[in-house]
Design a protein around this ligand. Structure first.
Ligand code: UT7
Length: 317
């Protein structure tokens, strides 16, 4: 038994925050943000708009694109590090609102959350436990941000992307590889969580950006070398790279290692900044809907994020 992605969907909150607007909040410039990251703007969830609301809207777009209704789904897996609450988990909130039955859970692997979620859902489907999964990456990163910290507040944004993954007798998802290494935990973290809560600390995201940058490039390079080797692929043989959207310079370094020109890389970071687990399914959806990604294309999804966690999924779309 194999699995394949049958449809995709995206939701971005209406409010857009541009680099020019950020110049009025912290000591930064449009030029610095564009040249160091490639980001032009990001979307910010409205008051009362939570991760599950973004996820639900992306899920309905994916269902609509597949011509399916919620009752056709029997598994929900959501990658998120910004859940509405600890429990019910985001997937259970969606299940109740959308009227879906079957297992429903969220997993937390920061920016790698979607590749982790897709890999886990694939295993449910390949084992025959489920038939059709809603796999989502959804985040409200703006809620973790210290808006006085110019080193992080210019980078992140909110959004959600969804795919429907279906059991299939033909291979779609061909290979996946997940990794983690907790030893760099002090380079990218939140100050508190629910079990480690200090009332004097607000729980903001903290990052030593340039150190994260170096580990990210190094880890992604060795991961894509492994993907090529283990799948008997030569450089340049992948049709589309759909990377996690954190920084255009990290994306370009990975593309170079794969021997791909930038016109075979899906880049959306300019429009929404780093949306953590949401970025890969949103980028995939963008390129599917604008016709760049076609059925039969060989696609590599890859991510790196807090933990550190990382992962890659190679698929025939
Ligand atoms: O999602 C997965 C995990 N996250 C990532 O993958 C992010 C990885 N890191 C990065 O993307 C980059 O390291 C950043 C975009 C965060 C920073 O770029 P950088 O080229 O590594 O810059 P830097 O941190 O070395 O800072 C260079 C300078 C510093 O000033 P000095 O010390 O040279 O005078 C910073 O204080 O830029 C300064 N700076 C800023 N200037 C204007 C830092 N943030 C800003 C800012 N505006 N927003």
């Amino acid at each position: 038994m194999y699995t394949r992605i049958i449809s995709t969907g995206t939701y971005l909150p209406e409010k857009v925050l541009t680099n020019d607007e950020l110049e009025k909040i912290v000591n930064t410039s449009d030029d610095w943000i564009r040249s160091r990251t490639g980001i032009e703007s990001r979307h910010i969830a409205a008051d009362g708009e939570f991760t599950s609301h973004l996820a639900e809207k992306a899920a309905y777009k994916a269902l609509e694109a597949a011509g399916l209704v919620p009752a056709d789904i029997d598994l929900i897996v959501v990658g998120t590090c910004t859940p509405d609450r600890m429990f019910p988990n985001v997937a259970c909130l969606l299940q109740e609102r959308m009227g879906i039955t079957g297992p429903a859970f969220s997993l937390e692997a920061a920016c790698s959350g979607f590749v982790y979620a897709l890999t886990v859902a694939d295993q449910f489907l390949c084992s025959g436990k489920s038939k059709r999964a809603l796999v989502i990456g959804a985040e409200t990163m703006s809620r973790l941000i210290d808006w006085t910290d110019r080193e992080t507040c210019v980078l992140f944004g909110d959004g959600a992307g969804a795919v429907i993954l279906e059991a299939s007798d033909k291979p779609g998802l061909l290979y996946s590889d997940l990794g983690a290494d907790g030893q760099h935990r002090k380079l990218l973290y939140t100050e508190t969580g629910l079990s480690n809560m200090e009332s004097s600390v607000e729980g903001h995201l903290k990052m030593k950006g340039n150190e994260v940058f170096k580990v990210a490039v190094r880890t992604l390079e060795s991961m894509v070398d492994k993907v090529l080797l283990e799948n008997n692929l030569n450089k340049g043989q992948i049709d589309w790279l759909v990377p996690h959207q954190a920084n255009l310079r990290i994306i370009s370094a990975t593309a170079k290692r794969l021997g791909l020109p930038m016109d075979r890389v899906v880049v959306t970071v300019n429009k929404h900044g780093n949306t953590s687990a949401a970025s890969i399914p949103m980028a995939l959806d963008t390129a599917v809907r604008d016709g760049r990604i076609k059925r039969g294309n060989l696609i590599l999804l890859e991510a790196f994020g807090g933990g550190f966690t990382w992962g890659a999924c190679l698929l025939r779309y």
